[in-house]
Design a protein around this ligand. Structure first.
Ligand SMILES: [Zn+2]
Length: 255
């Protein structure tokens, strides 16, 4: 069950998707990404949990539109373990790592398989349950994901896309539920597009460098000349990640 928070913006699309999955016997539940600190949103996902026992909360990555609600977790779920890659978010359990199985019910199938997918941020994970991949911000329901420097890494991101493609080919999942936007019913198409889009942008950055652009701002003027001013800052951060990937990040641009 998907519950969308009312935090739309150019960066969050229609808002952050919080997922509530229930156990096979319908007595327990897990929350993926509690989202932004909005009381209405909390009421919505807790209503979805209902009388079931909330056995786990899982965070796909650190960004506030996914994690902010954890700031008040003491009030709404004090005993519930929080699974996260970063120490500062993990509660009652050790930090999560690749290949871990997070159980949320008594049936062996009541589990989320953790696939670490760094890139968008270094702590980004995806989760597989019942042929569905919960991708966080690694893959979005619309448009493409941003990878910024130094929070994320383009090299890691490309590897993560490749890993998700391999898992898809192996039949590990058939559908993607992203943290923003609608379900992705044709993951192969989307993953391939993400990859080619990234590589295309990298080529454009190389061309801008060849034209003599030396700073992230100058490269941004050429490669992202068409972006809305409201997302210009994000575009420059993306360019920094691209320059870092190409080993061409100037000292002035090192964050
Ligand atoms: Zn994010």
């Amino acid at each position: 069950m998907r519950i969308r928070a009312n935090n739309p913006s150019p960066m969050t699309l229609t808002g952050t998707n919080t997922y509530v999955l229930t156990s096979r016997d319908d007595t327990s539940a897990v929350i993926i990404d509690p989202g932004p600190e909005l009381s209405e949103h909390r009421q919505s996902f807790l209503a979805e949990v209902g009388d079931r026992e909330l056995t786990a909360i899982v965070l796909t990555h650190q960004h506030a539109d996914h994690s902010e609600m954890l700031g008040s977790v003491d009030q709404w779920a004090p005993e519930v373990p929080v699974y996260a890659v970063l120490e500062r978010f993990a509660r009652h359990v050790p930090t999560v790592s690749d290949g871990e199985r997070i159980s949320f019910g008594s049936d062996p199938g009541d589990a989320l398989d953790v696939v670490t997918t760094p890139g968008h941020t270094m702590d980004s994970i995806s989760l597989i349950h019942g042929q569905v991949l919960y991708s966080g911000d690694t893959v979005l329901g619309k448009g493409t994901t941003i990878v910024t420097h130094p929070e994320g890494s383009l090299g890691d991101y490309l590897e993560s896309l490749q890993r998700l493609r391999t898992l898809l080919d192996q039949g590990a999942y058939t559908r993607i539920e992203p943290a923003h936007g609608p379900s992705i019913e044709s993951p192969a198409e989307v993953l391939d597009y993400y990859r080619s889009h990234r590589l295309e942008r990298i080529e454009q950055v190389k061309e801008a460098l060849a034209k003599g652009a030396t700073t992230a701002s100058a490269v941004c003027d050429i490669v992202y000349s068409d972006v809305d001013p409201s997302v210009r800052g994000a575009a420059e951060q993306i360019v920094r990640a691209q320059l870092h990937y190409l080993g061409a990040l100037s000292a002035d641009d090192q964050a």
